[in-house]
Each structure stands twice: as C-alpha cells, then as structure tokens.
Write a new protein. Structure first.
Length: 235
C-alpha cells in the first residue's frame, strides 16, 4: 500500500510539474509575441522595417536602462493615410493594430482571427465583422484570464482606442451585457460605427465559463484620428 501511495505521489508531482511547465511556456510565449508585435507595429508606423535583430538590440538597451526615447517627430509612412477600406479582407493572423483602454491601463495587439492559436497570443478580430474606421460593427474577442481580464472593471463612457497604420479610431463605451454563448446577435452589423468586445464570463470562473461578457461602444469623432502612437496607459 505504501509503495502504491509513493507511486501516486510521484505521479502527481510529475503531473504538476508538467502542468506548471506548460503554464509558464504558454504565458512566456504570449508575452514574447506581444512584445515583438508591439515593437514591430511601432516600427511600421515610423516607416521602418522591423527585424528580429533590431528588436533584440532595442530590448537589450531597455534591459540595460539605455533604451532611446521615442521620437515624436519620427517619419510617417510615405503612403497617404486613409480610413481602412470597407471591402478589405485581412489575411489570417495579420496584425491589425493596437487596442488601448487608458483608464484600465490595457494595451494589447490585435490580429485577425478568433481561433485558440490567435487568442492565446493576442486579441482577435472576429472575421466577417467591420474593420476599424468602417461603417458597421467591429468585433474583437479575448480571453477573460489574460488580455481581457481588465474588462471586469470597465465602465460606461470609458474610451477605447484602436490604433492602426491608417489612423487611430476612438470609441466610447455605451453599455455592457451578459449573454449566452450562442447569442451571436451581438455581432450583427450596424448602420453606424460601433465596437463590440467579447470575452467569457464570469471572469473568475473555474473551467469553461458558461456565458459571455459583452462591451458595446460607439465611434467618437475627434481630432486624434492620426497615425501617431497614443501615450502609453499610465504614462
């Protein structure tokens, strides 16, 4: 009996170590992806070509406390800046931009797609919904236990910015609601410019959460729709 218990102890220890290793790897790979995508996006906004060696050099400088200050007067892309075409079809996994909610200090990259591979690394743009700046409903999905955890504290009138290589589009939160997982009506197109954020609910539920938390926001027309980067949340 003691031998059996000892084997069980070793089994559960091994299982726990494997689970911990998987957790660390998934979270580390997610952070690395976000860091590179964020840096790469900034390079693109400045008309530069992002490379992995360049990223490593900048990150090394940052770790050594010698990262160069961001240049607000950096060159803009040569192409004329226009709202994203309404008929544009993004490529799968394409980086669409950066989502920021300043009050929640949330800043995360957005890429095309809503499958598990995409959502483990970024917030996903749900295919078939509108693109930022276009008439219709822009729908973005994210995991409740990673990127969209801060949505548990979102409030009416919070501002949401989506920064793209064609400009920054701002939305104001109108309402939130909790729906069932099959209620796809929240994704339907609208006659105006709206934004819908989708995540699982309850936020701290153990296991597969049974409901969905929805944030509804409408476009705000401001002079801030420009190609330059927004201030970092909390800065």
């Amino acid at each position: 009996m003691k031998a059996l218990l000892r084997r069980l102890e070793w089994f559960f220890l091994f299982f726990g170590l494997v689970a911990l290793d998987c957790f660390v790897w998934v979270n580390t790979s997610s952070l690395l992806y976000q860091s590179y995508a964020d840096w790469s996006f900034d390079q693109t906004l400045r008309g530069l070509s992002p490379t992995i060696p360049g990223f490593l050099v900048d990150e090394t400088r940052w770790l050594m406390g010698n990262r160069p200050a961001k240049n607000d007067a950096a060159p803009e892309p040569a192409s004329k800046l226009e709202p994203l075409p309404t008929n544009r079809q993004p490529r799968a996994t394409e980086i669409l931009g950066r989502l920021q909610i300043p009050r929640l200090q949330l800043s995360v990259m957005v890429r095309e797609g809503a499958n598990e591979r995409t959502l483990s690394r970024a917030v996903g743009h749900i295919p078939g919904t509108a693109l930022p700046g276009a008439v219709g409903n822009v729908a973005l999905a994210g995991h409740r236990d990673t990127f969209f955890r801060p949505l548990s504290n979102i409030q009416k009138d919070d501002l949401i910015h989506i920064e793209t290589d064609q400009g920054t589009f701002t939305y104001r939160v109108e309402s939130t609601q909790i729906v069932g997982p099959r209620d796809v009506g929240v994704l339907k197109a609208t006659g105006g410019e709206t934004l819908t954020l989708v995540t699982c609910y309850p936020f701290y539920y153990v296991g597969s959460a049974p409901k969905r938390f929805i944030v509804h926001a409408t476009a705000v027309r401001t002079a801030a729709s420009n190609p330059r980067r927004l201030p970092q949340p909390g800065s």
